[in-house]
Write a protein that binds this ligand. Sequence first.
Ligand SMILES: Nc1ncnc2c1ncn2[C@@H]1O[C@H](COP(=O)(O)OP(=O)(O)OP(=O)(O)O)[C@@H](O)[C@H]1O
Ligand SMILES: [Mg+2]
Length: 291
Amino acid sequence: MPIIKTEHLNYEYSSGSVFHKTAISDINIEIEQGEFVALIGHTGSGKSTLIKHLNGLLKPTSGKVFIEGQDIWSDPKNLRKYRFMVGMVFQYPEYQLFEETVYKDIAYGPMNIGIPESEINERVMKSISFVGLDKTILSKSPFDLSGGEKRRAAIAGVVAMNPKVLILDEPTAGLDPLGRDRILREINEYHRNNNVSIILVSHNMEDVANYADKILVMNDTKIVLNGSVSDVYCHAKKLKEIGLSIPQIMEICLGLNERGIPIDPLTTSVEDAVHQIIDLFKLKEKDGQKC
Ligand SMILES: Nc1ncnc2c1ncn2[C@@H]1O[C@H](COP(=O)(O)OP(=O)(O)OP(=O)(O)O)[C@@H](O)[C@H]1O
Ligand SMILES: [Mg+2]
């Protein structure tokens, strides 16, 4: 049974008023336990609106959301339980840090759900090490941390809740390339070591291609592609049409392939492309042709 499933999910902001705006239409998705799913789409395609439905932060205008097979809106008393099961790291989560110390900030969520004091310390230590921050940071004010550290402390606060599903809305937004790679690696590590499902929202296919089991592509309120990384890359032209970039090396290989050079158009690594090109040169040399 999928851990999260949606059926014909629609959402309209300011529904019933003259300002109504459809943000997601007819979304039917399934997320399995332990799956790493990337949700990709350009600005305004509906990504944040969709994920806010997955733990009941937004109520669908129509359609259903199921968590472990249960319709989450069938009894609103259960919504609290689902919000803990599905942890959400919002875009720019560092703005939600508010306690005097990093320790208190990370401990805030688990304390609120009644986790015993002894276990809280263990959870804080585990979460801080997962996000690669040194323990000495725990006694500091969150406002004295660097941008990247604040982001990681905020992620640690959600991880400390031990969610079954961790949703991260553009966790790398605004970070430099080193900070971005580090956070992506840490999320991947966390995914490999714990049986959690990850839903990672991004504008950038290249960011997620190395990690995701499945990619959902959104455009103009709808899911337009849904499959493995290679399934989705097969639609490179469509991705470009809707304004999503494909890896540069794939762009080159696609171009070469279109010009009749027998190279795999779905090549995603430079190393792989280099090997293919060297093999082609070797073949030509064997045939006695000059390159
Ligand atoms: N509170 C709101 N009231 C009215 N319209 C909204 C509201 N929030 C979002 N929208 C509109 O709903 C659509 C989907 O927005 P959403 O924020 O879900 O997109 P997104 O894919 O997350 O974009 P981004 O990549 O910029 O974060 C957009 O057209 C947006 O303008
Ligand atoms: Mg968004």
